[in-house]
Design a binder for this molecule. Structure first.
Ligand SMILES: [Mg+2]
Length: 201
């Protein structure tokens, strides 16, 4: 089967890593509980920054946020490796800006993710992801952003999952909180397929 993954805040804990960088650079300690209460993606409000200042902070620090020590979410690397080992296809679909794409691919490889360079899509907008997902004929797709997931309803055969974060709890589609749950989802799906085949005999 074909599995597609967003990267930032789906496979790696990017916003929280940026939160730590902001805390250090702005010398401002903010309770992490406040971070976990945010109902929107941007984090600048926690540091008293305006939207414009927040945009500048993000852009000025993007290389450090993207390409240093951002931790993958627990079990993300292991589960994706398992998928490849089991003969599945793993695609990455990230809306990072084009100038960061090549370095992002190299960073993902260095971090231990199984990356086939031909299955790495980068540099599109959030709303363009749906076209790539359709063209690839993905069976499963995982993302954290409501703005992306909301576009996927037009693909009835796609199994779309939301990676749980504080700003997407309103979504009612299936949810992954820890990546090890994906293996259970697949085992259950395989079990259901078997039952259906037996039932149709
Ligand atoms: Mg994301």
């Amino acid at each position: 089967m074909k599995f597609g993954f967003d990267i930032d805040d789906t496979l790696i804990n990017l916003r929280q890593f940026a939160f730590e960088i902001y805390s250090r650079k702005l010398n401002k300690q903010v309770d992490i509980a406040e971070f976990h209460k945010l109902t929107d993606v941007p984090i600048h409000s926690l540091f008293g920054l305006t939207r414009e200042e927040g945009g500048r902070m993000w852009n000025d620090n993007r290389s450090e946020i993207y390409f240093t020590a951002c931790p993958p979410f627990p079990n993300a690397i292991e589960v994706l490796q398992q998928l490849v080992e089991d003969g599945h296809e793993v695609y990455y679909i990230t809306a990072r800006a084009p100038e960061f794409c090549e370095q992002t691919r190299e960073w993902m490889i260095a971090a231990g993710f199984p990356v086939d360079p031909d299955k790495f899509y980068c540099g599109m907008s959030d709303t363009e992801k749906v076209h790539i997902i359709r063209k690839l004929g993905l069976d499963y797709y995982f993302d954290d952003k409501p703005a992306v997931l909301d576009t996927l309803a037009e693909l009835p055969l796609l199994k779309a999952y939301v990676k749980d974060t504080s700003y997407n709890r309103q979504l009612t589609i299936p949810r992954i909180t820890d990546w090890h749950e994906l293996l259970t989802v697949l085992q259950e799906a395989a079990g259901n397929d078997g039952a259906e085949q037996q039932g149709s005999r």
